[in-house]
Write a protein that binds this ligand. Structure first.
Ligand SMILES: *[C@@H]1O[C@H](CO)[C@@H](O)[C@H](O)[C@H]1NC(C)=O
Ligand SMILES: *[C@@H]1O[C@H](CO)[C@@H](O)[C@H](O)[C@H]1NC(C)=O
Ligand SMILES: [Cu+2]
Length: 566
């Protein structure tokens, strides 16, 4: 089953056909139709400065992104005068303000709790004006707008851990090492996971053998929830070249998938990126994982591999389907799911591995070289890559990319330096860029979402529940063609080191669409939210409707939860 079709509703001469179940065979093209304007590759614009290096990034509200760096001497200062290592970027003013982190966040991780609070865990040893952060857990509430640090509460050292939001709204922290390293080894491996808030009341580490099997390439393991109808907590875990599905409640491996072919190492420091392709109700959320990039050899002169694998996680005896990653080898790519369900592959390097510069000045050796400046748009239905407009700024080790609810992509960071250095060939990069994908330049009219559940759209999250049918009022200025709407819900995730903890894209069924008799160019659209939290994590997400490929002016921030018992 490769073709995923979305329930669409068509307006025929002002008459409305509701609940039209589209027959796969009767529909001539995939929902991501061929682009009308092949000449347009999107546009790049430098919009501001990040204040701290954007090693980690998270969209905290529709117009604000929080960056987290490692301990280093950034020019941006905290109120106490010390160099800031976290900042909040305002997409309207393009200004940054320092945030209050006081422990070292060097190579940590984050994920949202189901209640809408962000959790960030781990780091490294302390130093000037910063305390040790390797056992720190940090909380960020959008309403407060700053960090609260719980120092020393994490039971073991976590450097390079992965995190994800569980279907019950807790977060899981897994793996990493107990001390910094180029690659992991048995003496510093941390083959355990912990859950926060702890179900037993006490934070404990639980053994996870997979993290021993995959040594030494098991740092920042890739982990995703596998959608299922039973509401089971099934994890897809992948490191090195191996993937399994794991039943977290039973504590056992369910499936040992075949190794990804080709001998390419996918985990840190030969960093690939993993992405769960868009899920759809039309095929019962049949999950496909895609892992792209990496390298065969732990050598700084080794070329990156032009290789991706796709695997259907719930299909019996599924085999990896390999492709050539659009013909461009990359380590450290970022994979950002765009509003129309296509994947933007951006950033990274064509040689070497993740890591810092050795030496300095004319003897400097960069362990990642040959920055890849050209992004690709991948169409997950047609399985094709399209070359987009290039940036001019190398984005290598410690860079990020995140979707913004207005349909653009914020791209920042790159700091293959042990500490801030503005004079090297690849300096600490503070410039923030906005990439506007081609879908912002189509002829189709961009929808303006006026309200959801009768609540006007602003920067506040609207509460919605699994399985709920919600009503949206949408304005679509007539562009001479019949609006053709699709809808989705996106969890934007927490981004670091080419991973995106809990990123998820799910198409929504449009159950009804009718012209609003009171207002011209306005429509009442009913959407059905996914049935259970294995399909998309509870917590903050954004709902989008798009007209052909044209994204809305902005997606709607929601907090997705289980309905409270009546
Ligand atoms: C969410 O839960 C965490 C952990 O129990 C708590 O610290 C936080 O205050 C809660 N957030 C909200 C918004 O209730
Ligand atoms: C998810 O993480 C990747 C990092 O590989 C990042 O590029 C992307 O922007 C994130 N996705 C969203 C929807 O923000
Ligand atoms: Cu790092």
């Amino acid at each position: 089953m490769n073709i995923k079709l979305i329930l669409s509703v068509f307006l025929v001469g002002g008459l409305i056909l509701l609940n039209e179940q589209v027959n796969v065979n009767a529909f001539p093209t995939s929902p991501l139709r061929a682009r009308q304007d092949p000449g347009v590759g999107g546009t790049w614009k430098v919009v501001g400065k990040s204040g701290v290096n954007a090693m980690h990034a998270v969209l905290v509200s529709p117009r604000k992104v929080v960056f987290i760096d490692k301990l280093e001497e950034n020019a941006l200062k905290r109120p106490d005068g010390a160099a800031a290592i976290s900042s909040e970027y305002d997409l309207d003013t393009n200004e940054v303000k320092p945030l209050g982190i006081y422990t070292n966040t060097f190579c940590s991780a984050g994920s949202w709790l189901g209640n809408g609070t962000l959790v960030e865990v781990g780091g490294d040893v302390g130093g000037d004006n910063y305390r040790i952060g390797i056992q720190t857990l940090r909380l960020y509430d959008t309403a407060v707008g700053d960090w609260v640090e719980l120092e020393g509460i994490v039971p073991s050292n976590r450097w390079y851990p992965a995190m994800l939001t569980l279907p019950n709204g807790n977060v899981m922290v897994l793996g990493g090492s107990t001390a910094g390293a180029g690659k992991s080894k048995p003496e510093i491996n941390n083959p355990t996971y912990m859950i926060y808030p702890p179900p037993s009341g006490t934070l404990v580490d639980v053994p996870l053998d997979f993290l021993t099997t995959t040594l030494p390439y098991n740092l920042y393991p890739m982990v995703h929830i596998i959608p299922n109808a039973d509401g089971k907590t099934l994890l897809f875990m992948f490191a090195n070249q191996m993937g399994i599905s794991y039943d977290l409640d039973a504590g056992k491996t369910v499936t040992n998938y075949p190794d990804i072919p080709g001998g390419v190492i996918r985990s840190y420091p030969l960093t690939a990126s993993s992405v769960m392709l868009p899920l759809s109700p039309t095929d019962n959320y049949n999950p496909t994982i895609m892992i792209c990039g990496g390298s065969k050899t732990f050598e700084i002169t080794a070329p990156a591999e032009a290789s991706c694998g796709r695997l259907e996680l719930s299909t019996a005896n599924a085999a990896w389907e390999m492709d050539n990653f659009g013909g461009q080898g990359r380590i450290m790519p970022d994979s950002t799911i765009l509003v129309d369900g296509s994947i933007l592959f951006v950033n990274g390097a064509a040689t070497g591995m993740a890591g810092f510069r050795k030496g300095s000045g004319i003897t400097a050796i960069f362990v990642n070289e040959d920055p890849v400046l050209t992004p690709f748009r991948y169409d997950p239905f047609a399985k094709t890559y399209t070359t987009l407009a290039s940036s001019t700024i190398p984005r290598m080790y410690h860079s990020i990319s995140t979707l913004v609810p207005d349909g653009t992509v914020l791209i920042a960071g790159s700091n293959p330096q042990p500490k801030v250095d503005l004079n090297e060939k690849y300096p600490t990069e503070y410039r923030v860029e906005i990439f506007s994908p081609p879908y912002l330049f189509t002829q189709s009219s961009r929808p303006v979402i006026i309200s959801l559940q009768s609540t006007q759209i602003d920067n506040n999250r609207i509460n919605v529940n699994y399985g709920q049918e919600v009503t949206m009022v949408v304005q679509i200025k007539s562009d001479g063609t019949t609006p053709s709407l699709k809808a989705s819900i996106i969890h934007h995730g927490f981004i670091t080191h080419s991973q995106n903890f809990s990123q998820r894209y799910v198409y929504l069924e449009i159950t009804e669409m009718a012209a609003d008799p009171t207002t011209a160019d306005q429509y009442i659209v009913k959407l059905k939210l996914p049935p259970n939290p294995t399909i998309i994590a509870p917590g903050p997400s954004y709902i989008y409707v798009f007209n052909n490929d044209a994204p809305p002016q902005t997606g709607v921030p929601v907090l997705l939860s289980q309905a409270a018992a009546a």
